[in-house]
Design a protein around this ligand. Structure first.
Ligand code: FMN
Length: 163
């Protein structure tokens, strides 16, 4: 199987998560390719599964990843699996209920809304999405990021095997 991992990033955190996904795909014996939405490639992305990631800013994924989804070749991708991942700001140490609610409603939900957008484009998006916390506006990622990402990737591959 070939897994293609596509990301947008401003400060590199989402790229680091993308690289951890690539590492896990490789560890499980899959072919992989890492792509940035900011780079023009000679050929359209091709593979069996696409992980598509973005930082969440102002409660949304970036304009670039939305454009990327809109432009994806449905002929190549409509029957393949798309997996969304995001990076979002970690909660402060003692969060208020309002902060927790707002995180659910805007930051975590941004990945879900992005999945809905991709579905509306005709793509098959897996139900679960990954969000990884950053400790400040520019990062770094939380210490558990690599392990969380690898576990998520393992779970996705397992669930696809079952279907
Ligand atoms: C202008 C701006 C707006 C942001 N808005 C949000 C937000 O609404 N929710 C959130 O969880 N994080 C927000 N963040 C933090 C980003 O999630 C963080 O910068 C990002 O995860 C870093 O990933 P990157 O290094 O790949 O760009 C914001 C950061 C910036 C700079």
């Amino acid at each position: 199987m070939k897994g293609i991992v596509v990301y947008d990033t401003y400060y590199g955190n989402t790229k680091t998560v993308a690289e951890a996904i690539v590492e896990q795909l490789k560890a499980e014996g899959h072919e992989t390719e890492l792509r940035s939405v900011r780079v023009k490639y000679p050929a359209p992305p091709q593979g069996d599964i696409m992980f598509l990631g973005s930082p969440v800013r102002m409660g949304s994924v970036t304009r670039r990843v939305k454009k990327y989804v809109e432009k994806l070749d449905l002929g190549l991708w409509k029957d393949k699996s798309i997996v969304v991942f995001t990076t979002i700001l970690a909660l402060p140490e003692n969060p208020t209920d309002k902060q927790k609610e707002s995180r659910e409603k805007y930051d975590i939900a941004a990945g879900r809304r992005f999945g809905d957008l991709a579905r509306a484009e005709g793509l098959r998006v897996v139900e679960n999405h990954l969000w990884v916390d950053v400790k400040g506006m520019k990062g770094p990622l939380v210490e558990t990021a690599a392990e969380t990402t690898k576990q998520f990737t393992r779970d996705i591959l397992l669930s696809l095997k079952k279907n």
